[in-house]
Design a protein around this ligand. Structure first.
Ligand SMILES: [Ca+2]
Ligand SMILES: [Ca+2]
Length: 168
């Protein structure tokens, strides 16, 4: 670790999330649930500080903000919080498989890179040439690049923008 005594910027979160919970497990940072300014979200985003890359983990069962998260014995517990249905008593646990890291956002073909091949695949899903993943699945979150819970042309735009940024 390099001591800088100053803040520096990492890759921004792929979605808006306020009042989500944070947790650290296996050297990765988890941002769990929250509120995106419109709806309470169930998504779980994972930041790898070594690679400076965000990925997605399976979504919460209950969308909510203001929840607590704790880690015990390789398992993350997401407890309480609230959504439009009021305060929640949900207590959900997630144990990531050690050998299968979460999918990199936008990496639709699973080669751990986001490039034009993934753009082609995403367009194929949007025009119906390739089956789209089920909403709520981890594969859906990988394809929903801007995290708005739908897969459409906006995700293509965001993916191309991020590819161009990487290549600058
Ligand atoms: Ca790829
Ligand atoms: Ca989207």
């Amino acid at each position: 670790m390099t001591v800088t005594n100053a803040w520096s910027s990492g890759t921004s979160m792929p979605v808006l999330s306020g009042c989500g919970a944070g947790a650290v497990l296996n050297g990765q940072f988890y941002v769990i649930g929250g509120y995106n300014g419109t709806v309470h979200i169930d998504s779980v985003h994972v930041y790898n500080p070594t690679t400076n890359v965000w990925s997605v983990a399976p979504s919460l069962l209950t969308p909510r903000a203001g929840l607590a998260a704790v880690v015990l014995d390789e398992t993350i517990y997401a407890i309480g919080g609230g959504n439009t249905g009021g305060l929640q008593t949900a207590n959900e646990a997630f144990t990531p498989p050690p050998s299968a890291p979460p999918g990199v956002i936008g990496d639709l073909n699973g080669d751990e890179k986001v490039n034009v091949l993934d753009v082609i695949r995403l367009v194929g899903m949007i025009i119906g040439r390739i089956a789209s993943p089920a909403p709520g699945s981890a594969d859906f979150a990988v394809a929903d690049v801007n995290g708005d819970e739908t897969i459409n042309i906006q995700d293509v735009v965001q993916m191309i923008t991020s590819i161009l940024r990487i290549e600058e």
